[in-house]
Design a protein. Structure first.
Length: 302
C-alpha cells in the first residue's frame, strides 16, 4: 500500500516510527506536510497538490495534526476523504476532539464517568460556579490549553473565584472542574487502536505538582487497566467517533473519570513505557480496513 503520514515535522518520534513501521510491513510510505498541501475543489473532482505535484496514488493517510493547525489540517484530511482515501482519523472526529466543551458534552452523553465540570459565557456568578462543582479545591482550565499549560489548582473558594474572574476579564474561556484528590497527581493514558486498548501507562506528576503531564516533568510507567478502565477508554473513543485515540483518565473513588480524548496521541511516551509496537498496530489497522485498494495493487504487481 501507499501510505502517507500527514505531519509537519519528519524528525518527530511519532512520525519516524510510523514511517518505519509502514516500511517494515512492506508498504511504501511518505510524509506529507499538511500545510503544504493545496486543495482543489471542483465538481466531482477533488484534487490535492503537494508542492506542485498532484497526489493521486495514496491508499491511506495517518493524520498527525497539531492543535494549532486543526482548521487547515482537517480540511486536508476531508479532501483525502473526498478522494476515497482511507484515513485513520476521520476529519469530523478530529475537529470534534479539538473542542473541549463539545467533547465533554458528548462524553457525558455516552455514559462514561467525568469529573463534574462547569462552563459559562464569562459568567459573573463565580461564587455559584465554584459551589456547583463542589467547592474548593477545584481545577480551572483554559479551554485552549494543552500539555498542562493553563491548568490551575485553586485551593480555596476565594482563590478559585478570583482566578475565574481574572481569566474572564481577559476574555479567556475556562472550564471549572471538581478536583479529584484520590488521583494523587497521577493519570492514566490508554492508547486505543481499532476498538482495542493496545497499551496503557500511568503518569505521575513530579513532586509538588498536581498535573501529571510528561511536559510538566511527570514520569510514565506501564500499567494494567481494570475492566472498568478499559471499557471507559473504548466507550470514550467510540463516543468521539475516533478509531485511534489517547484517552486520559483519573482513578477516583467512583471509578475511572475521563479527562480528555486525544486524536493525535504521541507514540514516544507510550511505546517507551509499554514496549509495545504501537506504530505497528496502527499500520495493521490500516491493513485490515483497506480491502478496496488490494485489487489495484495486485494488478500493478503482475
Ligand atoms: P491538558 O490538556 O493541558 O493536558 P488536562 O485536563 O489533561 O489538560 O490536565 C492536565 C493534568 O492535570 C492531568 O493530566 C491531571 O494530572 C491533572 N488534572 C486535570 N484535571 C484534574 C482534576 N479535575 N482533578 C485532578 N487532577 C486533574
Ligand atoms: Mg492532558
Amino acid at each position: 500500500m501507499n501510505i502517507a503520514i500527514l505531519s509537519r515535522n519528519s524528525n518527530l518520534y511519532s512520525t519516524r516510527r510510523l514511517l518505519e513501521a509502514a516500511e517494515e510491513r512492506g508498504h511504501k510510505a511518505r510524509i506529507l506536510d499538511h500545510l503544504k498541501c493545496d486543495i482543489i475543489i471542483e465538481q466531482n473532482n477533488p484534487l490535492i497538490y503537494y508542492k506542485g505535484e498532484q497526489i493521486n496514488d495514496i491508499d491511506a493517510i495517518i493524520p498527525r495534526i497539531g492543535a494549532s493547525v486543526t482548521f487547515y489540517g482537517s480540511a486536508v484530511v476531508r479532501q483525502f476523504e473526498m478522494m476515497n482515501v482511507f484515513t485513520t482519523t476521520n476529519s469530523q472526529a478530529l475537529v470534534r476532539s479539538r473542542d473541549k466543551l463539545r467533547s465533554l458534552q458528548l462524553l457525558a452523553r455516552s455514559g462514561v464517568g467525568l469529573p463534574k465540570t462547569a462552563f459559562t459565557n464569562y459568567s459573573k456568578e463565580e461564587k455559584n460556579l465554584v459551589e456547583v462543582v463542589g467547592g474548593a479545591p477545584l481545577v480551572i482550565k483554559l479551554l485552549e490549553g494543552t500539555q498542562g499549560v493553563g491548568v490551575v489548582l485553586a485551593e480555596t473558594k476565594k482563590a478559585a473565584q478570583s482566578v475565574i474572574e481574572a481569566f474572564h476579564n481577559l476574555k479567556a474561556r475556562v472550564i471549572v472542574q471538581e478536583f479529584i484528590k484520590e488521583a494523587k497527581a497521577a493519570d492514566i493514558r490508554a492508547f486505543v487502536v481499532n476498538g482495542e486498548v493496545v497499551g496503557a501507562m500511568k503518569r505521575q506528576g513530579k513532586e509538588g505538582e498536581f498535573r501529571s503531564n510528561l511536559h510538566q516533568g511527570g514520569s510514565a510507567t506501564v500499567v494494567k487497566l481494570s475492566r472498568a478502565e478499559k471499557s471507559a477508554a473504548l466507550k470514550a473513543t467510540q463516543a468521539m467517533g475516533l478509531s485511534i485515540a489517547g484517552v486520559d483518565m483519573l482513578q477516583s473513588s467512583r471509578g475511572p473519570l475521563i479527562l480528555e480524548v486525544n486524536s493525535s496521541p504521541g507514540l514516544e511516551g507510550i511505546e517507551k513505557a509499554t514496549n509495545v509496537d504501537i506504530a505497528g498496530k496502527i499500520i495493521q489497522y490500516i491493513e485490515t480496513n483497506q480491502p478496496k485498494t488490494q485489487p489495484r495493487r495486485k494488478k500493478i504487481s503482475h
